[in-house]
Design a protein around this ligand. Structure first.
Ligand code: FAD
Ligand code: FES
Ligand code: FES
Length: 1384
């Protein structure tokens, strides 16, 4: 019954007091601000900094917490994970929030999730870790014995940039159901004995892959509370606590009593700018909406929260309908299902699945429900699904909504209520429901009550499809739902209803196609006609928002083709039609949820420690990361976790919104008027010099009169809080005068001859003359895109002026504390001895914090100096992605000469890197690309010219691999092409040209201990590549639309800095209680450097690692250091640590000889009393390094590389040729790390680098508008690999017996070298595409640029569907129109 009376006086209603629980403690907040997020409240107000801010838009999971509340409808307590960055603190009124601090601690006891994650090496930098812990914890609270599917699903909303995910999945596998039972019983392959001590086999049944009983059937130890596992490291049995769900913290009893006994209370919270209501009945809700017709009805806040956090919007009135029972229920009758608009996506999935499984309905009836459930698997991650409501999805009217096409295709009915109207309005969800972009047909003040999905009938078929950049937790590029109704017992179409997302400004129905199909037979003729009709119904202009227009058109056609075949299969099964020969049905579905389950089977092997190594000498053993426990408990402190200093201020940058322009005027008047505004800083406030040197080039800290890229720092607002600083910064108005040209891409730069004044040329032999003698010469080009660092912790800095003598202390997330010190001193006009730089740890760096931390530290230092107070800044993800720049995109022109027998003779290569608006480290990056332009192959004559393009994008800088991956991808591209040309197998051709021991490279360095060939041969053998290649060929013969491919790639990676950088330092203090303080020149960013240094010091001093402590990296303990970069820090600082410890031991030696039985502590006491100095520094400079590279003549002399790290990988992929989707079925790696200092850390580096490289070569695509704006400015639009992208079978082997006399304890550098091995996936994809092209008669070589995104893969497959849609590539078609996005 609908009423129209107003019963509550909402305007005069008093404000409420917020009450909720956090980790069992009651929190009462008298005047909460409804704009404050739960994350901000936890971190700033409660100082619970375990939950992290990684993006602020629900896209990374770093902020995950568990929310528990009483569910009055189902009379039970519910627990669910949620993104604290989107949840508003007022929305948890009456709830219990659990954060990572609430479940375990190093001071008491780690929770089983925390303990296992740490012990399985599941954290590196640790910034993502608390969020991952909480996702798993929330799962266990609902399902103490989860399945593999549950684990996979609960992690879809979490990202990790370091680990490559495998160890996290391994850790969580230990919770899996041990009673389900492997069908193989005792014969399960997991029960096989471990072959040898240093083999580690992941306990997953290779036959049945998932959910296998023996998986957790770990034998119990004598301690009843411990379980043991032979994974991850068999040579060191890992014991961990049993998980006892009965010990979990209780829902607060007081809250339970209150929640059960009292009806929900109507609430009102009023903040600085926003008023928030929580009505408790439908009547109140519609009433409120009539009073505040512009109010947002916020359920999950996953749309509105992103608008506020990322786009800076604010909504004056918010009404949350979460206590309105009618909107929260799902009901079913014999006609269909009615879903309340506030039902969450998770609730819908669960309840619909129950209906489907209940047996009360036939399979054909529930097709639409199945489509919805299947689609929900690909909808966001658990944290979003648990709170986002269907009403929010419908009413947002996004053109890429995943639900709306299904609702439209199923002719669902939406019910609206308006306070002033007597009767509810029911509306068919067809095209008119979404009249324009992000608009529904809802009238002002209307509330969506529910949506009704009619059941399907016997002669109907329905399916839904989605393709996105990343399979998991990604919005659609195109999605679709289709439903066909046949005349009973025939294959004549009675009705066809379809809707597409991503093909227009709204979810769109192809109305003419739907009309034309009526009465037609479901046969191949119809299929071909539909392709033409769809093309007309769903046209996309070349500059259509979202870009990828040909691909999107091809996808729409491919989806219909999939649907056509699926329906046809059903009709054939029913005997209503026969199948034409040319339509093969196999392998036509998209990757289904079950296909995606892939907790990887994995093997890891390494070299054991030598016989006789004392058991307490930890070198060579798989030690856990020294901060592992602190990562998993959230106790590890990052810059923004530091407590605030008194009177601390917050800074927000003001940056350019033009790529190339003069600054005409800066107007700060509106900012000044903002609440909390303190000051504005720019170049006029710099006391020293505004131009600081970076890699030899003077760069402005604050732009003075001209900007040369979008995102360049012009000034900064300083305010009392972060929110105030951000609001005020948005109001600084800058007038620009644009400058021509705007140069974005390498091609633009080549056109305008815009280069930095630096070139890298190499001349080796006489390539021009030799080329003329070759049997064959091929020429071509290769493009490889850039990459965003996407470290989980964005750039952050706190500057604390000390008030005396110009002293200042800088806490910064920086890979180079000495550069921070130097630069701050120059900027402030003081000597370096007044500046102390301190770096405790970083939440990932990957090169992005080698120089670019300066964009934050410089303004913060100036502001702190000006205000005389501590100033803090942590960039938002959006700011970070726009301002800091990333990996250099590269373009290469190659000409290669070779003989009939396959021997390479000559290479002429022109290399171009996109450096952006400043040179930064791009000169070094170019040099590295040039040095790696041979990869592992001997090319007798080489001529390389390298240039760095000067463009109007944010400055490119260092990124793991530093140009080498780009250089090597170019080599492997032309190698692949030549092998194909010669009709030789890829392996044979590479084998033929691979270097041999003592060969000399094109940069004149002799190869000593050349291990690439060993890695190559071992990986081919271990991966069984030869046999698998045959199996793949057979599979491909049988399968038209899914193809497999395989490829093997070797790598040779030059280790070393320029020779004058090759030094490390250390400081050791031994205190009188025998404890040791260690400091060294390297920073910890997750790579395990501190752990390795502890191992080195432990061996030298002969004491347990627990006695040695590393606190931070600081310029007061070890001065004049080099950046922690180039994978070289273990080598440099390890030797320095050894040097310092050896000095101490030498001093102690006489005493030890005199008192051989003295324990360490007594020895130190004695030494102290005998006035032996127990403090020393250590220093190391790498001997024999020098490089003389004459850039003009191109002659390189000397030892450019200290040594080389080698490796090889084989990857196998399966490609869905209709969508361009792919999965990595298996990757095998053999890596030369010398004698590993810590196999667990080294394997972690290999897996992590591989997955990061996988992102580079297949998925990550920084995009700009043609006008130079950064499009990819958050995880919503820029995709790094997720859990679901980890190879399904991931095997890593460390090469044995590979000594290296040029680094500490015979180890080798590991951070960067494995990254390039991910190109094996790129070439496997290319292999698979080749098979697909053959089916269309497209033979021979074809170009595939990196990254091989689903778009490029689909379009390269080249079939009848792509041909239809290729016309956009003809520039004549839409002259002068530029595509929406470009790759720089
Ligand atoms: C990380 C992330 C991943 C995502 N992935 C996907 C995805 O894969 N697929 C997809 O389709 N979407 C996705 N989304 C979008 C979003 O989650 C959904 O649209 C979600 O369903 C919105 O629900 P909500 O309750 O959070 O909306 P809210 O933000 O709470 O509200 C959204 C809008 O709906 C209006 N509204 C809500 N209820 C009513 C009602 N009853 N009557 C009238 N108006 C109403 C509100 O006024 C508001 O304007 C994603 C979002 C994020 C942040
Ligand atoms: S910070 Fe919340 S999801 Fe990234
Ligand atoms: S450990 Fe996951 S982001 Fe660093």
């Amino acid at each position: 019954m609908v009423t129209t009376e107003v019963s509550t006086d909402w305007q005069v209603m008093s404000r409420d007091v917020l009450m909720f629980y956090v980790n069992g403690k009651k929190i009462v907040e008298e005047s909460p601000d409804p704009e404050t997020t739960l994350l901000s409240y936890l971190r700033v107000k409660l100082r619970l900094t375990g939950s992290k801010l990684g993006c602020g838009e629900g896209g990374c999971g770093a902020c995950t917490v568990m929310i528990s509340k009483w569910d009055p409808i189902n009379n039970k307590i519910v627990h669910f994970s949620a993104n604290a960055c989107l949840a508003l603190v007022v929305s948890v009124h009456g709830c219990a929030v659990t954060t990572v601090e609430g479940i375990g601690s190093t001071k008491t006891k780690l929770h089983a999730v925390q303990e296992r994650l740490a012990k399985f090496h599941g954290s590196q930098c640790g910034f993502c870790t608390p969020g991952i812990v909480m996702s798993m914890y929330a799962l266990l609270r609902n399902k103490p014995v989860p399945s593999v599917e549950d684990i996979e699903e609960c992690l879809q909303g979490n990202l990790c940039r370091c680990t490559g995910y495998r160890p996290i999945l391994s850790a969580f596998n230990t919770f899996i159901d041990s009673t389900a039972g492997c069908p193989m019983g005792a014969k399960c392959c997991k029960n096989k004995p471990i072959q040898n001590g240093n083999e580690c086999r992941h306990r997953l049944c290779t036959k049945y892959n998932i959910g296998c009983s023996c998986f957790t059937g770990f034998p119990e130890t004598s301690d009843k509370n411990l379980m043991r596992n032979d994974d991850p490291h068999a040579s060191q049995l890992v014991c961990f606590s049993k998980y006892d769900p009965t010990q979990e913290i209780l829902f607060p009893p007081d809250l339970l009593i209150e929640s059960k006994s009292e009806d929900p209370k109507t609430l009102k919270f009023v903040g600085e700018r926003v008023t928030w209501f929580r009505p408790t009945s439908l009547q109140q809700l519609v009433e409120l909406k009539s009073i505040y017709p512009d109010a947002q009805l916020v359920n999950g806040n996953t749309e509105i929260g992103v608008e506020a956090n990322v786009r800076g919007r604010h909504f004056k009135y918010i009404i949350t309908p979460l206590d309105v029972k009618e909107l929260k229920t799902i009901s079913v009758d014999d006609k269909g299902v009615n879903i309340g608009s506030s039902c969450t996506i998770s609730q819908i999935k669960e309840e619909l699945q129950n209906f489907i499984d209940s047996g009360s309905f036939t399979k054909y009836q529930t097709q639409c429900l199945e489509s919805l459930v299947e689609m929900i698997y690909w909808f966001a991650g658990d944290q979003i699904r648990n709170v986002a409501a269907i009403g929010g999805n419908i009413m947002t009217a996004s053109p890429i909504s995943d639900l709306n096409p299904i609702l439209m295709a199923n002719e669902s009915i939406a019910t609206f209520r308006l306070h002033s109207r007597a009767k509810d309005r029911q509306v068919l969800m067809d095209q008119s429901f979404f009249p324009k972009y992000r608009t529904t047909c809802a009238e002002k003040g209307e509330v969506l009550i529910s949506v009704f999905l009619p059941f399907n009938t016997k002669d109907q078929y329905m399916k839904a499809y989605k393709q996105s950049k990343r399979r998991e937790d990604d919005i659609a590029i195109v999605n679709s739902a289709m439903r066909v109704v046949f005349h009973p017992g025939t294959c004549k179409v009675l009705k066809f209803v379809a809707a597409f997302g991503g093909m227009a400004a709204t979810s769109v129905m192809p109305e003419k196609t739907m009309q034309n199909m009526i009465g037609k037979e479901w046969n191949e003729t119809l299929m071909k006609d539909v392709m033409i009709w769809l093309r007309k119904d769903l046209p996309l202009a070349l500059d259509a928002p979202g870009g990828m227009v040909e691909y999107r058109e091809a996808l729409a056609a491919s989806f219909f083709f999939k649907f056509f075949l699926c329906v046809r299969g059903n009709l054939v099964e029913k005997g209503l039609t026969t199948l034409e020969d040319d339509l093969k049905l196999q392998n036509l579905t998209t990757f289904k949820p079950t296909d995606a389950i892939h907790i990887p089977m994995s093997t890891r092997t390494w070299q054991d420690t030598t016989d006789g190594q004392p058991h307490d000498d930890m070198v060579g053993r798989p030690m856990q990361h020294a901060s592992g426990d602190k990562h998993t408990t959230g106790e590890a402190v990052y810059v923004d976790d530091m407590p605030t200093f008194s009177d601390e201020l917050y800074l927000c940058l003001v940056t350019s919104i033009r790529p190339h322009a003069y600054i005409k005027n800066v107007d700060i008047s509106k900012a000044v008027a903002c609440e909390g505004f303190v000051t504005y800083v720019d170049h006029r406030d710099v006391p020293g010099t505004n131009e600081i040197p970076i890699a030899g080039e003077l760069c402005e800290v604050f732009a003075t009169s001209k900007v040369t890229c979008f995102g360049q720092v012009i000034g900064a607002v300083v305010a009392d809080t972060q929110a105030h600083a951000q609001r005020a910064a948005q109001l600084v108005k800058i007038d620009y005068e644009d400058i021509s040209p705007v140069i974005i891409t390498i091609e633009d730069a080549m056109h305008h001859q815009s280069y930095f004044d630096i070139s890298k040329n190499v001349v080796h032999g006489d390539a021009i003359t030799a080329m003329a003698t070759c049997d064959h010469v091929i020429e071509g080009e290769v493009r490889i895109g850039g990459q965003e660092h996407f470290y989980l912790e964005t750039q952050a800095c706190i500057a604390v002026p000390k008030g005396e003598d110009g002293e200042i202390e800088m806490f910064c997330s920086s890979q180079d504390p000495s550069m921070l010190q130097r630069t701050t001193a120059t900027l402030l006009g003081v000597e370096a001895n007044k500046v102390v730089s301190r770096v405790k740890r970083m939440g990932g760096g990957f090169g992005g914090k080698e120089t670019r931390f300066l964009v934050v530290s410089n303004p913060v230092a100036v502001a702190a100096h000006k205000c005389g107070k501590a100033v803090r800044c942590m960039l938002s993800r959006k700011e970070d992605m726009i301002i800091t720049g990333g990996r250099q995109p590269f373009f290469a022109n190659y000409k290669v000469g070779f003989m009939k027998d396959g021997k390479l003779v000559a290479l002429i290569l022109d290399l171009y890197g996109n450096g952006g608006n400043t040179l930064d480290l791009s000169g070094g990056v170019l040099g590295k690309a040039v040095i790696h332009s041979d990869n592992c192959y001997k090319i007798p004559n080489v001529l390389i010219h390298g240039k760095i393009c000067k463009t109007n994008i944010s400055s490119s800088n260092a990124f793991r691999g530093f140009g080498a991956p780009q250089g090597m991808l170019i080599v492997e591209s032309w190698m692949t092409r030549i092998a194909q040309f010669l009709n030789m197998t890829q392996e044979k051709f590479r084998d033929l040209n691979m270097y041999k021991e003592e060969d000399v490279t094109h940069f004149n360095q002799k190869l000593e201990s050349f291990q690439a060939r060993r890695c190559w041969e071992e990986v081919i053998e271990k991966s069984n590549m030869v046999q698998r290649k045959e199996q793949i060929a057979q599979f491909n013969q049988q399968s038209r639309w899914r193809k497999k491919g395989i490829a093997c790639v070797p790598t040779k990676y030059a280790i070393g800095f320029p020779y004058n950088w090759c030094h490390g330092g250390a400081l050791v203090h031994v205190y009188t209680d025998g404890s040791v303080y260690l400091s060294h020149g390297g920073t910890e960013m997750g790579q395990g450097l501190h752990t390795k240094m502890l191992q080195v010091a432990g061996r030298c001093l002969g004491i347990p690692l627990s006695r040695i402590h590393i606190c931070e990296t600081s310029t007061v303990t070890v001065p004049n250091t080099r950046a922690t970069a180039a994978s070289f820090s273990t080598d440099l600082n390890g030797m320095a640590v050894k040097d310092a410890c050896d000095t101490i031991m030498e001093r102690l030696d006489p005493l030890r000889k005199q008192n051989p039985d003295l324990e360490w502590n007594d020895l130190i006491t004695k030494a102290y009393n005998e006035r032996i100095c127990l403090s020393t520094t250590g220093y190391h400079k790498t001997p024999g390094m020098f490089s003389a590279w004459d850039a003009e003549t191109g002659i390189v002399e000397g030892r450019t590389a200290c040594y080389f790290s080698y490796g090889a990988a084989v990857s196998e992929v399966e490609v869905d040729c209709l969508t361009g989707d792919h999965v990595v079925l298996q990757t095998d790696i053999v890596m030369d790390v010398g004698r590993s200092l810590n196999p667990a850390i080294d394997i972690g580096q290999i897996e992590g680098a591989f997955v990061q490289g996988y992102g580079l070569f297949t998925m990550e695509e920084p995009l700009h508008t043609p006008g130079g704006h950064v499009i990819t400015s958050g995880p919503g639009v820029y995709k790094i690999p997720g859990f679901g992208d980890c190879p399904r079978n991931f095997n890593v082997h460390l090469l044995r017996n590979a000594e290296n006399d040029r680094a500490i304890y015979s180890s080798k550098a590991i951070g960067e070298p494995p990254l390039f091995l991910a190109s094996s996936v790129f070439f496997a994809i290319k292999d698979a595409i080749g098979f697909a092209r053959e089916e269309s008669g497209l033979l021979g070589w074809f170009q595939l640029d990196s990254p091989a995104t689903s778009e490029l893969i689909r379009m390269a497959c080249g079939d009848c569907f792509t041909k239809q849609h290729e016309q956009h590539t003809d520039p004549k078609v839409e002259k002068g129109v530029k595509s929406w996005s470009i790759r720089a």
